[in-house]
Design a protein around this ligand. Sequence first.
Ligand code: RP5
Length: 164
Amino acid sequence: MAQPVVGIIMGSQSDWATMTHAAATLAALQIPFESKIVSAHRTPDRLVDFAKTAKRRGLKVVIAGAGGAAHLPGMCASMTPLPVFGVPVESHALKGMDSLLSIVQMPGGVPVGTLAIGKAGAINAALLAAAVLALNDDALADRLDAWRANQTAAVADEPSEVQA
Ligand code: RP5
């Protein structure tokens, strides 16, 4: 595997069902990435190490997913100059509204690009990461254009019958 340029981090194994969609999207675009469980609360030292070494290890973008009291994206952003995209994972108790508000309400000066709750957010975080990387990678820009063209071509003109 080539040197990872995107770091996907998540607060728990339970976040992987959501964050796997970010990983699959990066893989489809042939973007090398790494996936790590890094909890702001349960493994704070791991978070500090990840964030403070991310840039010199060659990462260009971080995608951070967390649920509930979702401090992971913001704390990571506070310790790295890399762009950080936050994915609010859908929580059981509050359906991810807690995650969304925890991630989106950053104080001015420490940005986290916050995506939608759940699967759509994970996919779009990967696509945003791809768009950032494509600014300096013409081959990736072509693959991203092709990905979008395929998506457009896959939309039917008319709805089909819903299977019972
Ligand atoms: C957060 O707490 C994680 O990001 C996860 O979404 C949530 C629940 O974690 P588990 O109790 O399932 O490990 O830190």
